[in-house]
Design a protein around this ligand. Structure first.
Ligand code: LLP
Length: 429
């Protein structure tokens, strides 16, 4: 039977990846669980790295896409750096042995504590998003008697033509320094003693499936670089963010080659190191969510297939109406029906798919929700006091648990009962 998603195929009717059957994983680990395939991650990373070999570059994996330390480590061993947005992500990146001089710190709301720990670790740079943040970094660096390297994250006001919740480079967005104010802030940064301006960056959004938004934003950025040359400041880096889309359904994102050619063409004659911060494109199609059908139910107007994974495990369909392909882990001839695949959470929005023509899956069937390697586990929650689920990595014909399923004890382990609640309160006379 033919491959459906790169790296996944039916062998003797059983959905497998790298020689491991997803049925076997589910039997041993239980459901729901996330499964990632290290070979797919490596191939995807290496393809991107190779396609940029003609220009100096650093690929800083956007940890937010999938922060499991084994995933970060797998990429780090191939040479990736990390793009982080919190102290927690810095901690994870360092635990995964990413060299600190390959870590860039993005995000609009870095706290003083987070800034301090990143300065202590001597990261590659802060991607600064406002004047006040710039001043805060200068102050923090001064207290360490250091000079912190920074890039200014500019908002280029380019429409990425993606879901509005994940567009980040439009004028109205909270991200980045307004394009029109960029030169003023560059001048201000050059006057500060404890920051060293090493470059500019931007991030226009995620799940981008056209080339033009990338070339438009690069052109806007290079225009600024040329204006900066007149200020006699020399930059070493340009950070063009993440954002390359993947195919969830019928999307046709640019190939890696087409995507990188746009950068190479413009940067090959400039003395700049390109930083990219890909998340989804590296890990999105390397992961699936395994879930088992609990019940089928005919409502008065709709059919429901109720599964054991909820919106707390995968929130993308509820939050962005995101499409995820659902495949049976064992291929059978199914009758098709129109149904919603829903989870156990007490929310009408708890859906994996709404009213889709789909196989009439039966209780006990194991399903594989495809393209869940990015923003699946990382956006999961404990809603309805559901435990965080296990994560598994397939590597060369074997699978390894890389995060254990939580227990109920884990759920309450950080809660404290104050003494006044420990005894039954005395009933007043
Ligand atoms: N760098 C920065 C500063 C970002 O804000 C992001 C994503 C990335 C890199 C990685 O972008 P990617 O290569 O993954 O597109 N939760 C949403 C996606 C939100 C992305 C936010 N920023 C989803 O599930 O679609």
């Amino acid at each position: 039977m033919a491959a459906i998603f790169d790296g996944f195929k039916y062998q003797d009717h059983v959905l497998c990846s790298d020689g491991v059957s997803l049925e076997e994983v589910a039997e041993k680990v239980g459901t729901p669980c996330y499964v990632y395939v290290s070979d797919i991650i490596s191939k995807t990373y290496q393809e991107l790295d190779r396609s940029l070999e003609s220009i100096p570059h650093i690929i800083c994996y956007a940890v937010k896409a999938n922060p499991n330390i084994s995933v970060i480590r797998a990429l780090g061993q191939l040479g990736a750096g990390a793009d982080i947005v919190s102290g927690g992500e810095l901690f994870r990146a360092l635990e995964a042995e990413i060299p600190s001089d390959k870590i860039v710190f993005s995000g609009v709301g870095k706290t003083r504590e987070e800034i301090d720990s990143a300065i202590r670790r001597k990261i590659l740079c802060f991607n600064v998003e406002s004047e006040q943040e710039l001043l805060m970094i200068d102050l923090a660096a001064k207290s360490f008697k250091r000079v912190a390297d920074v890039c200014l994250r500019i908002n280029p006001d380019v429409d990425p033509k993606t879901h509005p919740y994940i567009a980040t480079g439009l004028k109205k967005s909270k991200f980045g320094i307004p394009y029109k104010k960029a030169l003023d802030l560059i001048r201000a940064a050059l006057r500060l003693k404890n920051v060293n301006l090493i470059g500019l960056g931007c991030h226009i959004g995620s799940q981008i499936t056209e080339t033009k938004p990338f070339t438009d934003s690069l052109n806007r950025m290079l225009k600024l670089y040329d204006q900066c040359a007149k200020l006699k400041c020399e930059f070493s880096y340009i950070d063009m963010g993440g954002g390359l889309g993947i195919s969830y359904h019928h999307e046709h994102p640019p190939t890696v080659e087409t995507y990188t050619q746009g950068f190479i063409k413009e940067l090959k004659d400039r003395k700049l190191t390109l930083i990219l911060e890909p998340g989804r494109s590296l890990v999105g199609n390397a992961g699936v969510l395994l879930t088992r059908v609990l019940y089928g139910k005919r409502g008065e107007t709709s059919n429901f297939i109720i599964v054991d994974a909820g919106m707390n495990d995968l929130i993308r369909p509820a939050l962005y109406s995101a499409y995820h392909t659902i495949l049976p882990a064992r291929y059978k001839k199914y009758k098709k029906i129109k149904a919603s695949v829903v989870g156990p959470c007490c929310e009408s929005g708890d859906i994996l798919t709404k009213e889709r023509r789909i196989q009439n899956f039966q209780p006990g069937d194991l399903l594989s929700v495809m393209s869940c390697g990015a923003y699946g586990s990382s956006m999961s929650s404990h809603y309805n006091s559901r435990v965080k689920i296990a994560e598994v990595m397939i590597h060369h014909g074997k699978f390894h648990i890389i995060r254990e399923r939580e227990t109920y004890e884990d759920l309450i382990s950080k809660e404290r009962v104050p003494s006044f609640l420990k005894k039954a309160a005395a009933v007043p006379a």
